[in-house]
Design a protein around this ligand. Structure first.
Ligand SMILES: *[C@@H]1O[C@H](CO)[C@@H](O)[C@H](O)[C@H]1NC(C)=O
Length: 167
């Protein structure tokens, strides 16, 4: 399913949040801010407690109380540090820090996330993987990720490994 996608998405989303200047009640959440840049909320895990955003440069930080890890169904593990940062613009997250995906036995930084129509492209620098945007309609939860309701584990053995197979 949506392993990589989830990971990437989460990373991206954490970041975009704060029009610190607006009145309290009008301050968008990190998740609604993500949507305003045309990203699905599912790239950002639940639990963002604060964020800041420089709307002129797109530079952002997003904060969680703790680091956040979860597995995508049958495949990738994702890890978000308690602070993530990057630059957001419409359809593009770049220079991401704090988000990692485990591919085979390596933890790789997800450095860029691009929305291209109905697809989300996650780049770890040396390679990238595409996922359908439908995989990211909801934010994953730390711990159980996208599978908090049905706790089926599936097989963890290399089910989908888009990062490995894509060029
Ligand atoms: C984060 O920690 C603060 C202070 O301990 C707590 O009030 C808040 O509920 C926590 N938020 C989340 C999302 O865990």
């Amino acid at each position: 399913m949506s392993h990589l996608t989830i990971i990437i998405v989460s990373i991206i989303f954490l970041s975009p949040l704060a029009f610190a200047v607006t009145a309290e009640s009008d301050t968008p959440t990190a998740y609604s801010l993500l949507q305003s840049y045309n990203f699905p909320v599912g790239i950002l895990p639940k639990g963002v407690v604060a964020y800041d955003l420089d709307t002129t440069t797109g530079k952002f930080h997003a904060y969680f109380n703790n680091s956040c890890s979860f597995s995508l169904v049958g495949s990738y593990q994702l890890n978000y540090k308690s602070t993530i940062s990057g630059y957001i613009s419409e359809n593009k997250l770049k220079k991401l820090t704090g988000v990692k995906v485990k591919v085979l036995f390596l933890w790789l930084n997800i450095v860029e996330v691009i929305r291209n129509g109905d697809e989300m492209e996650f780049s770890v620098g040396i390679t990238s993987a595409n996922f359908a945007i439908q995989e990211f309609l909801e934010s994953p939860q730390c711990g159980c990720g996208f599978e908090c309701k049905d706790s089926k584990l599936g097989s963890f053995a290399g089910r989908n490994t888009p990062f490995v197979s894509s060029s």
